[in-house]
Design a protein. Structure first.
Ligand code: ATP
Length: 459
């Protein structure tokens, strides 16, 4: 998609962030961190279904970026790195946001660039109380800590604000052992920390989060072409996983927006309840990182092209996305309500591969041998797909619970099961019910998981 064919702001927003927060809490996806102590600002913990959903998001990224390709290898670098890393990367000097503080009543702190977006004209005022604002001060976003027992400048280390630098400093190691040549990539999933001035919007912007990053090394001449290819790949990843195409778009950064390392960046944006916001950044970092690390470390970080008989510093294309932010987009996109027999139901229409639980096995009633039979079906099924067993309460209530966590298929053991060894298979979205022999159930669900899927919200 290009800037010209972007959807307009008039798209209806079906769900509020409050509804998403409430469902996440009610169904045990996401909790406020340290809740019994009143919570820690903008910090969250993931409960059972949240962990399963996040794992699936990471798994799908891993599958398309690493497993299904020949040209990408894995890395898991340490969170703590030599402090020179952050001098070389430019983070000590340049990883700052302009901080302004209200001089009026409320004394709140703001990011000047955010305020300028909201108040493009005239002198900036505090959005909370209308007070004057201080001069902007550059605020470094890196968390500092100390290594070892002595707390002095020499012991200062940083919690990494991105995983990318762990990849760049390992470029030589990987090149030597992975038997790859450009174009090739190194992928990593891991925690990152940023002391954000204005975190918020639930898990959209937090100070601790997880990133999925690919650094893709290419010969300099083909960098723009690979930049384009990765934009297309990454857009396709989101829409293949069910994100509605009119809720996602690419936006190219203007020259004044570019980070210190970037030659060109495009963001994938999603229409969150608070409006279009960055979901993923796809940057052409040029040779900035390898050149800087070579300079600061004294190691040669280049590739020797045997055929041409010369060495060069590869350029880097970087698709970088937050696990938590992507998870939020998938929940928002999936959240839906409809009516069944006059009663409203909330349903997460997640892509089946993202759904935390694929099948719920339910005895129709708690008698006539059905619980034992259902339990046996469940124990067999869970070896093949993530499944859950539930016998408490009315069948309607149990279905509604599964709808809210996004379980795509309900397997009901009923009277007929006891006669002919078939079960009822109920589809979360169409509500269609079909009869499937128990012997073929796992194969049927595995086949359904492989099929392309389209959000029913598009129909
Ligand atoms: P912003 O300008 O909004 O602060 P950024 O452009 O600095 O963000 P990048 O450095 O491009 O962000 O980070 C890559 C991706 O990592 C983002 O697209 C987002 O998905 C995720 N991300 C970045 N910061 C946060 C955060 N504080 N909380 C959650 N996810 C984040």
């Amino acid at each position: 998609m290009t800037a010209a064919d972007q959807p307009t702001e008039t798209v209806t927003r079906e769900v509020t962030l409050d509804e998403v927060v409430a469902l996440s809490k009610r169904r045990g996806f996401i909790f406020q961190s340290s809740e019994i102590y009143g919570g820690l600002a903008s910090t969250y913990d993931y409960g059972h279904y949240g962990v399963l959903l996040r794992n699936n998001v990471k798994g799908e990224w891993w599958r398309t970026v690493v497993q299904e390709r020949d040209d990408v290898v894995a890395l898991d670098a340490a969170i703590l790195m030599h402090p020179r890393t952050w001098e070389a990367s430019g983070h000590l000097e340049g990883f700052t946001d302009p901080l302004v503080q209200c001089l009026g009543e409320c004394k709140k702190r703001w990011r000047e660039d955010d305020l300028r977006e909201r108040q493009p004209e005239g002198e900036l005022k505090c959005p909370e109380c209308g007070g004057d604002l201080s001069e902007p001060r550059r605020f470094n976003l890196m968390f500092e800590t100390h290594m070892g027992p002595v707390q002095d400048d020499a012991s200062t280390v940083y919690l990494r604000p991105e995983t990318a630098q762990g990849i760049f400093v390992n470029f030589k190691n990987v090149l030597q052992f992975a038997r790859k040549k450009p174009p090739f990539g190194i992928a990593q999933i891991g925690k990152a920390f940023r002391n954000e001035i204005t975190p918020g919007n639930f898990i959209f912007r937090t100070r601790e989060f997880e990133m999925m990053e690919l650094e893709y090394f290419v010969p300099p001449g083909v960098a723009p072409e690979w930049h384009r290819r990765w934009m297309d790949e990454r857009m396709r990843w989101f829409t293949d996983l069910g994100i509605r195409p009119d809720h996602i778009r690419l936006r190219e950064h203007g020259p004044d927006e570019l980070s210190h390392y970037s030659r060109a960046t495009s963001d994938i944006e999603y229409l969150f309840p608070m409006g279009w916001s960055e979901l993923e950044g796809i940057a052409n970092r040029g040779d900035y990182d390898l050149t800087r690390h070579a300079e600061f470390s004294g190691e040669k970080l280049e590739y020797f092209d045997q055929q041409a008989g010369e060495a060069y510093v590869p350029h880097v294309i970087e698709p970088s996305v937050g696990v938590d932010r992507a998870t939020l987009a998938f929940i928002v996109d999936a959240y839906d309500t409809d009516e069944i027999e006059g009663r409203e139901r909330t349903v997460l229409r997640l892509h089946p591969r993202l759904a935390p639980v694929k099948a719920a096995v339910l005895p129709l009633v708690s008698k006539a041998g059905m619980p034992d039979r259902a339990r046996a079906v469940y124990e067999e099924l869970r070896r093949r797909v993530p499944a859950e067993y539930d016998e408490g309460g009315s069948i309607g209530r149990r279905y509604r619970r599964q709808d809210e966590i996004g379980t795509p298929w309900g397997v009901t053991v009923d009277g007929q099961t006891m006669e002919d060894d078939t079960v009822t298979l109920r589809d979360r979205d169409s509500l269609e019910q079909s009869r499937v022999p128990i012997a073929g159930l796992a194969d049927e669900l595995a086949a359904r998981l492989e099929r392309p899927w389209r959000s029913p919200k598009l129909d």
